[in-house]
Ligand binder design. Structure first.
Ligand code: GLY
Ligand code: MN
Ligand code: MN
Length: 490
């Protein structure tokens, strides 16, 4: 906590960085109250959310760098751990509950803020101590407390339901809130779109920087380091949205490479393709961008063929994405486009529709087309009760993190890919239903190729998808950028 408290109207990292208006969170609270009222949910009730707590590193007295829980962030914009927030549904009045620190907290963490200073910091009128939560709630006399309980359909994990000593003396409902708030998070307000544009722009610029730094002989992690440094130094982004994936050569076929057991530590070789999937995070708002390019800045014919197949899939989706279109249909469009080009490129033979049904597409792209994005990189609301269920009509389409019909104000990634993953190829070549479509010699030539993914972050508007990602994408654009041209273009 900074020692100087100013009456804030924004969350900001300082000069040159984006000011996230506190109004953004007030707007979200208002949207929530309006939604609940419109569905006749919660008259006389109070919504109660519990923020995240500091997480110790195992049994030590250090903690992981804190990141606020996303539903709590969405509603209150509070970046400190250990808080609760409440919203009176009838009036929309907001309350926050803050930790009461012992006097020596000030020695280690800085001056302890008074309650009204917290109020100024986060533009909330009613500030109480967490230890008084039962007393305050009793005074507010809600006929019901609405808490958040539900499963994240990507992780399978449950949200942390608010709890405090004595909550059992209230009438608590934990079934009504989750679907409403998760659905609201899917649709971004103008103020949220501004934050997303900022973090996507910072991440795009960082990717462009990395493209010009990469060279044979460096290690992958040095590219990760350039990205992290740019996002923090220039954009004030203290977090990334997920662990950086800096796969080169064969590592580019490992979808979530870069984890602790494979920490981007390979030495980059001449002739490699790079697949760098990295996205900064600003006050919780995510970006998620993948760039794929040759380390030496010049595509070989094979690299060009695979890259252009993925690019054509990406662009086909980009130009078709608009309100009313099914995301599952766009997944199939991307896979079909990819298969057509792999056939043209001599890797596959046979009828593309038959290949699709047999599951050839899922060998080359064993992941979904893309996902909702917002405060979480794989954002919530993918499979809510009133939305299309997880589809199964084509092999691989079940990997999608949502099958929703597109609507205005959704932000999603479009991220088709083509990978040469040994164990999937081996499996396919052993299976007579699949092997008949593969040209075995051509496949063997690509065994150590790795892969290509082209991942853009897009906003759905009434007129179609707007690509918010600003990086060189065509072969020509990439080659020119890596050769030092076109600075004025991005
Ligand atoms: N970076 C993870 C993903 O692309 O979904
Ligand atoms: Mn990604
Ligand atoms: Mn993604």
């Amino acid at each position: 906590m900074s020692s100087e408290v100013v009456k804030n109207s924004v969350l900001c990292m300082g000069p040159g960085t984006h000011g996230v208006p506190l109004k953004l969170f007030e707007t979200n609270r208002r949207r929530l109250v309006e939604r609940l009222k419109s569905k006749n949910i919660g008259e006389g009730s109070i919504v109660l959310l519990q923020g995240g707590n500091d997480v110790p590193v195992h049994d030590t007295d250090t903690t992981y760098l804190f990141r606020q829980e996303s539903y709590f962030m969405w509603a209150f914009g509070i970046t400190d751990p250990g808080c609760y927030g409440a919203i009176e549904v009838d009036s929309g009045n907001a309350h926050i509950f803050i930790p009461k620190f012992p006097a020596d907290y000030g020695i280690w963490m800085g001056r302890i803020l008074e309650r009204q200073e917290w109020g100024q910091k986060y533009a909330i009128e009613n500030v109480h101590y967490v230890e008084d939560i039962k007393k305050v709630m009793s005074e507010l006399k809600p006929n019901m407390i609405l808490t958040l309980k539900g499963m994240n359909t990507d992780s399978g994990l449950c949200s942390k339901e608010a709890n405090f000593k004595g909550i059992e003396t209230f009438n608590v409902n934990n079934t009504l809130l989750f679907n409403e708030i998760a659905d609201l998070r899917v649709f971004k307000t103008d103020l949220e779109i501004e934050v997303l544009k900022y973090v996507i722009e910072v991440s795009s610029a960082a990717h462009r920087k990395v493209m010009r730094c990469v060279e044979a002989g460096k290690s992958e992690y040095q590219c990760e380091s350039e990205f992290l440094h740019y996002c923090y130094q220039i954009g004030g982004c203290r977090h990334v949205s997920y662990t950086c994936i800096c796969g080169t050569g064969p590592n580019a076929s490992i979808l979530h490479y870069g984890h602790a057991g494979a920490p981007n530590d390979r030495k980059i070789k001449e002739g490699d393709m790079c697949l760098f999937d990295m996205g900064a995070n600003y006050f919780g708002y995510a970006s998620d961008i993948t760039c794929s390019y040759p380390v030496n800045g010049k595509f070989s014919e094979d690299q060009k063929m695979i890259y252009n197949a993925v690019l054509r899939a990406n662009l086909a989706v980009l130009s078709s994405a608009k309100p009313g279109v099914s995301w599952a249909d766009l997944h199939v469009l991307a896979i079909t486009t990819l298969l057509e080009d792999l056939k043209k490129g001599g890797i596959l033979v046979g009828d593309v529709q038959e290949m699709l049904k047999a599951g050839v597409g899922a060998i080359f792209q064993p992941h979904g087309l893309g996902h909702l994005m917002g405060l979480d990189v794989h954002d919530v609301g993918g499979y809510l009760p009133n939305n299309p269920p997880r589809p199964k009509h084509v092999p691989g389409v079940d990997k999608l993190r949502t099958a929703r019909i597109l609507e205005e104000r959704m932000v999603l990634t479009i991220e088709p890919g083509c990978y040469f993953i040994d164990h999937l190829l081996d499996q396919a070549l052993k299976d007579s239903n699949l092997s008949k479509y593969f040209v075995a010699e051509a496949v063997s030539k690509f065994r150590n190729f790795g892969g290509v993914r082209i991942e853009d972050d897009v906003l759905i508007t009434k007129d179609g998808a707007i690509n918010l990602t600003k990086v060189p994408r065509t072969v020509e654009e990439i080659e020119r950028w890596m050769a030092g041209h076109d600075d004025e273009k991005y």
